[in-house]
Write a protein that binds this ligand. Structure first.
Ligand code: TXA
Ligand code: MG
Length: 355
């Protein structure tokens, strides 16, 4: 298969390009497209054979279910039943946007989407290209992130091409995705609701609607109100799922301890003949050597850091580095998603304290 890359205006998508891509979806083939979070690898969610092509292209195991994307919250009852009032409240607050809701499925949803399970993940993306594509196709679009299984999610069309060249019919190139980390996945089939993956909608924003009765999976020690006991992980939530190819060590603790610890680890690795990159914040720049220094963003602009996170990991992968030494980011706002992805990416986590 020859992969075509089609440029598209991310704000006002050209209708000829959308029509062409929608025809590919309707023909049961694959289209990679930008969402506000990351690029998705889309197929007609109601066409089982088409959805199977997603798994083949990504080399993704069939036990990992796929998010169904809709253009309008009004389509939710076709896919999910019953839809609790809280789902409508959340949709009113966050859709279109980076929130995925897990709900009981209807029989319209093919087994291959849900991995045979009783629930379906639904999201209404805010990106104009995603919106236009779903509307033009006239069918919900099943789409995981458009990366090869176990690589970081793509935030540019080039990332998609790197991973999926020859495996996808069209890549719609709408430039960099604005959020940069995947959607927040919220399981509403449990009481209280459970965040399976922190993402583009901050936990604080969810709490403003749901109150404090919110559980968070995974790196919840960082998150107020965390209780994960007895919680079932989402199948795709295994660790090492969002990893760069290069081993990454993650440093957590006060800046005044983390910086010297990273410098010392760098010194030792250099002595051992390794090529080392530092992944850091803008605030670290005065303290670190400029060579192989990758600035993710500022500690006071975590939206910006989230936007750059995966792009930075891919850039380091391309640079032929043996070891990434990375600082952690604060657990507020999009920091929860950044910390979650870094934790999964880390081969080793070091918490630096002075006692
Ligand atoms: O921002 C995003 O969510 C992007 C864009 C393309 O929409 N999509 C994305 O999809 O990140 P994916 O497949 O890479 O991650 C979706 C996660 C997976 O970990 C999957 O296991 C989980 O959501 N998931 C999907 N359906 C589920 C279900 N019914 N129950 C529990 N987890 C589910
Ligand atoms: Mg993914």
């Amino acid at each position: 298969m020859i992969t075509q890359i089609k440029r598209i205006n991310p704000k006002v998508p050209e209708s000829e390009v959308i029509e062409q891509a929608a025809a590919v979806i309707n023909a049961g083939r694959l289209v990679a497209f930008p969402t506000e979070t990351v690029y998705g690898l889309g197929a007609d969610a109601l066409n089982e054979a088409a959805v199977k092509k997603i798994f083949a292209a990504k080399e993704r195991p069939f036990h990992d279910p796929i998010i169904v994307h809709i253009a309008d919250a009004a389509d939710l009852p076709r896919l999910a039943n019953p839809v609790p009032q809280i789902a409508y409240n959340l949709a009113a607050a966050f859709w279109p946007g980076p929130l995925t809701l897990i709900l009981p499925r209807t029989s319209l949803v093919p087994d291959v989407i849900t991995a045979g399970g009783p629930t379906v993940a639904v999201r209404c993306p805010a990106h104009p290209v995603a919106q236009a594509l779903i509307a033009a196709a006239g069918t919900p679009i099943g789409a995981p992130s458009a990366n090869r299984f176990s690589r970081t999610s793509p935030t540019t069309a080039q990332h998609v091409y790197e991973d999926l060249r020859g495996r996808v019919d069209i890549i719609l190139d709408g430039g960099s995705t604005p959020v940069g980390v995947e959607s927040t996945v919220l399981d509403l089939t449990r009481e209280p609701p459970l965040v399976l993956r922190p993402g583009g909608v901050p936990l604080e924003a969810l709490r403003a609607i749901l109150g404090d009765g919110l559980w968070v999976m995974g790196n919840g020690a960082e998150v107020e109100g965390y209780k994960a006991e007895g919680a079932l992980p989402s199948p795709g939530m295994m660790d090492r799922h969002y990893a760069p190819r290069t081993p990454l060590w993650l440093f957590d603790g006060p800046d005044t301890l983390v910086r010297p610890a990273m410098l010392e680890a760098r010194r030792k690795a250099l002595v051992a003949g390794q090529r080392v990159a530092l992944m850091a914040a803008a605030e670290d720049e005065p303290f670190f050597p400029a060579e192989q220094l990758y600035i993710v963003g500022s500690l006071t602009n975590l939206e910006g850091a989230a936007q750059n996170l995966f792009r930075t990991m891919r850039a380091i992968d391309r640079a032929g580095i043996d070891l990434i030494l990375c600082r952690n980011f604060p657990a507020v706002g999009l920091g929860a998603a950044i910390r979650d992805r870094l934790r999964r990416a880390a081969e080793k986590q070091l918490t630096i304290t002075n006692y």
